[in-house]
Design a protein around this ligand. Structure first.
Ligand code: HEC
Length: 161
């Protein structure tokens, strides 16, 4: 009897959660997959999780003055943005352009190993992330400068020569 009750309570609870989620569900207007898109293409939100990781690695690399890694990660991020823009063609071009412009300026600081410029340019990149999220209707996804590394299995110190 107790088990039946528990199952009923759980079902009611899930139904209520579903209702709440339904009421608040937000779908970014340009995150919809185009019909002709191949099934093998990742969801935009999954691409974004990869971008989130790279954003963190890029910060750790610059803060550790591991410039080759920072350069590598900045290129990876650029590629991910271009892929997202190519697949999800309804992403407004100016939001992607703002992000790649911020990345280009950051890449310059990296190329000249300019640590003083790295932090403010990284902040500009982060602002471009958030500006696009607001314009996409997912302003609740707020990106900031990482405080610590989320990765305990990667060293960010420059590799010994
Ligand atoms: C050109 C627009 C655009 C830019 C620039 C952008 N994003 Fe996003 N981001 C989106 C959209 C749209 C979504 C929602 C995707 C969805 O729900 O399908 C999203 C979602 C996310 C999510 C949530 C993913 C999840 O499944 O929880 C994260 C994290 C994220 N972005 C990180 C970033 C970071 C970090 C940057 C900057 C380095 C960035 N984004 C730049 C458009 C953008």
């Amino acid at each position: 009897m107790r088990r039946v009750l528990c199952a009923a309570t759980l079902a009611a609870g899930l139904a209520a959660t579903g209702l709440v989620l339904g009421a608040h569900a937000q779908v970014a207007p340009f995150a919809q997959r185009p019909d002709e898109q191949p099934a093998s293409v990742g969801a935009l939100s999954d691409m974004m999780i990869s971008i989130l990781h790279r954003h963190a690695i890029l910060w750790m690399a610059g803060a550790s003055e591991n410039w080759p890694l920072a350069d590598y990660e900045a290129r990876q991020l650029r590629t991910r943005f271009m892929e997202a823009a190519q697949v999800y063609r309804n992403i407004p071009v100016e939001t992607v352009a703002a992000a790649t412009k911020a990345l280009d300026e950051l890449a310059q600081a990296i190329a000249t190993t300019n640590k003083a410029q790295f932090a403010p340019r990284f902040l500009e990149l982060t602002r471009a992330c958030n500006a696009c999220h607001v314009s996409a209707g997912v302003g609740f996804v707020v990106i900031e400068t990482p405080r610590t590394s989320p990765f305990t299995n990667q060293s960010f110190a420059p590799a010994p020569k």
